[in-house]
Design a protein around this ligand. Sequence first.
Ligand SMILES: [Zn+2]
Ligand SMILES: [Zn+2]
Length: 299
Amino acid sequence: MGFLHKAFLLLFILSLATLPCFVFCRKSHGRRRLFQNLQPLEGSRLGETVTGLHKLKHYLARFGYLANAHIATGPGEDDHFDDHLESALKLYQTTFSLNVSGVVDAATLDLMMEPRCGVPDFFNGSVPGIGPRWAILPGRPKWPADKQSHLKWGWLQPNFPFYFAEPSVIFAIQKWAYVTGFFFIEVPFEQHKGADIKVGFFKGAHGDYESFDGPEGILAHAMFPTSAFVHFDIEENWSVYKSDDSVDFISIALHELGHALGLAHSKVKEAVMYPKFGYGEQKRELTQDDIDGIKNLYP
Ligand SMILES: [Zn+2]
Ligand SMILES: [Zn+2]
């Protein structure tokens, strides 16, 4: 597909996005909250033993708040609320500007059950980056200067399932290119093994650090430079039309590409790099926080 053809397709799709939802939206899939098995834990606090508390430990470990060493392995799950769990919960509450009670309160549970990016918020128990808002990883993984003039990206599958996927990723790439000065080159599927950023749709377990989980829960995830990839959960109700029953593909592509360039999660709720993302939400423009973060990495 030539550049002009792609540009026209993108313009066409973006113009469709302004039409009323009833024209295009798929039937509601019925809201379900993936992490709702945490709900019975409301009110749990230090010193208590509560059936199912190990699920909270696994949740906090999954996103980098609790070291795996503090979760019992093997038969018999650990349902005791210890000091490590309280510290992890307080870190979670601090990160998301909740009341730092160390108690599993309703507001904390509500936020935990929201759809989100699968990339952890913290790595190896340490706070990534130096910014109090935007963040980068310890060691500052980034693309070397010689890559920035020709960063290659390509699809992992020859036929992606949504017609809007390619122009949406190109739209998101252009947003990052504008603020970094990077020059991105799309390689054809036959050459995707040579791409620096490999992009694709997957379902369930697909051979990397995290399995996808169907609608809501984890929406997508990515890997940082220089072994970057961007994976989308094929089972989400993706769309480029604003609707409470779909998740905005362009917004998530913009977020995941931020990881592929080296950004971690931001604490700023309005930022593209904030880890939570609700159905019906749209974030298609980089905020000052996102720009400050990427410019710190690529001055
Ligand atoms: Zn993310
Ligand atoms: Zn993946």
